[in-house]
Design a protein. Sequence first.
Length: 435
Amino acid sequence: MITGGISTVATLTPPVSISLENEKNPWLAAAARFDEAAMRLKLDDGVRKILATPARELTVNIPVQLDDGRIEVFTGYRVQHSLARGPAKGGIRFAPDVTLDEVRALASWMTWKCAVVNIPFGGGKGGVICDPRLLSDAELEKLTRRYTAEIFDFIGPERDVPAPDVNTNEKTMAWIMDTYSMHARHTVTGVVTGKPMALGGSRGRPEATGRGCMMVTLKALARLGLTPETSRVVIQGFGNVGGMAARLMSATGFKIVAIVEYDGATYNPKGLDIAALERHRKETGSITGFAGGEDMDKHEAMFLECDVLLPAATENVITSQNADRIRCRILCEGANGPTTPLADEILAAKKVFVIPDILANAGGVTVSYFEWVQDREGYFWNEQLVNSRLQEIMDESFDAVVQYAGAHRVNNRIAAYMLALDRVVQCLKLRGIYA
Ligand code: GLU
């Protein structure tokens, strides 16, 4: 039995039932959606068992000498959910509440995400239990390098390719690339994506997840007969994903009426000046106290009436406890797993057009794929080529999911899972089981 936040078994026997007590366990949430898609695809039990279990899980304990001389030991994970379509791919997050179940869920979401956008990767994810806000730069570097050394045998351009995620960035990726290269005795750029440009990063990668969110939102608007100029947007999170989405969407004419962060929210019904808000945050360290908006309770801001709600932080922000208060027409899931399965049902009853995470935020991993290709070629593309190829993939994937949903009479989330599962199963069957 799995309970919220506690890791127990990797394989879940269907049917997975979600209740109020366990709705916030991400591995259960992932399993419930997987189950429904597998059932609708009439997947045979054996294949179902393979994909309901992560292929590999590694736990490492990382000693770090802190600036004051004390030694602390941090626990980290790297999970490879499936390698059927290619090397594992997925980010590494640093956060105090990381659990193995969370990393399992995130790894499986990467498998489905890569399959939805049809790029040749399996799914993986890493996490280290730490509070990066309490660590100095030097401590973070030591932690990152030792974690990399511990997972060295697990990762590599042909095995498993990490990338940034919550609280990690291009600096983290540069440390990972360097540490891996030192052990390999030569520079290996393709071991991680989301690197600085000077180290084999791709043009357009920092913006890619936010840009992808905007691209699919534009597709959804067109379906509903709406335009960016008349669309009010509420964004939760102002980091890698939310910050970029805010900047790009505001430049495209959307009205960003509220930004919600962990320490407060800012609201302006006429639309926030995002560049000014970024400057304010840089100067003060917070989005609160911004002269171009009014401070608002961060819990309430999520329930403002809007056309597009873009949760771009972490899991479980829309649950059975608050979904009935959501007042958006389009929910674009920039974060991974922001909506619980019980909340899905409530949103469906309210006829919210959901762009599920494994489609909505796939722009990041898509440009990661481009980065990996460029590193292997040693030849780099201009930004226009990156963005036009991203556009092609996001548009095609959106259309494929929405058409699938219509044809099979399922919601967009289950359609995305079914489409992804179908593609992964095809590879599994063609490869067969090695014994
Ligand atoms: N962490 C991002 C995600 O969840 C990007 C992963 C990647 O680029 O590999 O999709």
